[in-house]
Ligand binder design. Structure first.
Ligand code: AHG
Ligand code: MN
Ligand code: MN
Length: 338
């Protein structure tokens, strides 16, 4: 009989605490706050259909996209859970114009961590009952401790991440995260509200059979992506591949990590930097992917090495099984992408 794991996320966080450099328990408390917020958001997501909270909140996020009620709610839930526990000195969210400075009880800005997040990813899927997610990314501040947090604390390269993860509110709810020692996944038992370690040491296979891209934009793709798609669809060796695209990065990434595959959101003729946000979506997913043995690139260079210049910066994104990302990069290099 297979060995069964009854380790809870709470126990796992405490067990692994000493693996972190500079461990003081603060990161453990921060992860616990995220765990709590995810359960509250999970409750809201699951009652979306009956609680009349579906639909537009009547305003737009700063990038002019429709903001739905659950985005607003998830944003508030995470900000509240994080700011009330003195576990972060600042938060930047896809849903907020600017970063938020968190003052601890005595206004001393004592925490050394900042969190960047996409509180609800895949929001267009909410009202059609398709999986959505939350993405989070954690850094140590670089500015003077004890002082108000600064923009440069958030504009750090992805390689500086201390931890990153996502929650997928799917057919079951899971939290998947890394602190730089591999990737582990925990599944929520909703009857008792506890996450259990269900997917220890998650890894991307070197190659896979799934490609995930919004092919409706084909005409606007760079030539390298068009060429790679033709390669995916060619009848040769283990191809054609299988096309799967949910439209929630979290869910597409999660499936590809389990089954093997590549996710691409390239630049388009209208959006030269693609759609996905470097700080809230791409860097955390890139950290997870690399920790799981996969790769992430903007088509030409490693995503985690990109120097951010603004909070809501977007970047083309190629992520997943290493050999597949490398193949796509090869097509990008060899094509006339102009
Ligand atoms: P968000 O809901 O946070 O705005 O993110 C949506 C993102 C991502 O999750 C998804 O893969 C992508 O946008 C889908 O975009 P298209 O509809 O353009 O394919
Ligand atoms: Mn998103
Ligand atoms: Mn979002």
């Amino acid at each position: 009989m297979a060995e069964q794991s009854f380790q809870t996320l709470g126990e796992f966080i405490i067990d692994k605490q000493d693996d972190f450099l500079y461990s003081s328990g603060e990161l453990s408390r921060l992860l616990s706050a995220i765990r709590l917020a995810s359960k509250v958001v999970n409750r809201e997501v699951n009652k979306a259909g009956i609680a009349e909270i579906i639909g537009q909140a009547g305003n737009q996020n700063i990038q002019g996209e429709d903001q739905q009620k659950l985005d607003v709610l998830a944003n508030e839930i995470f900000i509240e859970a994080l700011s009330q526990r003195e576990v972060v000195c600042g938060i930047a969210s896809e849903e907020n114009d600017d970063f938020i400075e968190i003052k601890t009880g005595n206004n001393a800005h004592l925490s050394k961590y900042v969190v960047l997040m996409d509180p609800l990813d895949g929001s267009s899927n909410i009202d059609v009952n398709v999986s959505v997610g939350t993405i989070f990314s954690i850094y140590r501040r670089v500015s003077e401790p004890g002082q108000p947090v600064e923009l440069r604390d958030f504009l750090q390269k992805g390689v500086n991440q201390v931890a990153a993860g996502y929650v997928v509110y799917g057919s079951s709810t899971m939290i998947v995260y890394t602190t730089g020692n591999g990737v582990n996944g925990f599944t929520l038992d909703p009857s008792i509200g506890t996450y259990y370690l269900s997917h220890p040491n998650m890894t991307f296979s070197e190659t896979g059979k799934i490609y995930s891209i919004n092919e409706g934009n084909y005409i606007k793709f760079p030539q390298g992506v068009k060429d790679y798609l033709k390669y995916c669809q060619e009848e040769k060796d283990d191809r054609p591949y299988i096309a799967r695209y949910i439209g929630s990065l979290v869910s597409d990434f999660h499936r590809n990590m389990i089954k093997g595959g590549v996710y691409i959101y390239p630049s388009t003729s209208q959006s030269p930097n693609g759609k996905l946000r470097l700080l809230y979506e791409c860097n955390p997913m890139a950290f997870l992917a690399e920790q799981a043995g996969g790769k992430c690139s903007d088509g030409f260079q490693r995503v985690l090495e990109i120097e951010p210049t603004e909070l809501h910066q977007r970047v083309p994104f190629f992520c997943g099984s290493s050999k597949m990302v490398e193949k796509a990069e090869e097509f990008m290099r060899n094509a006339d992408n102009s």
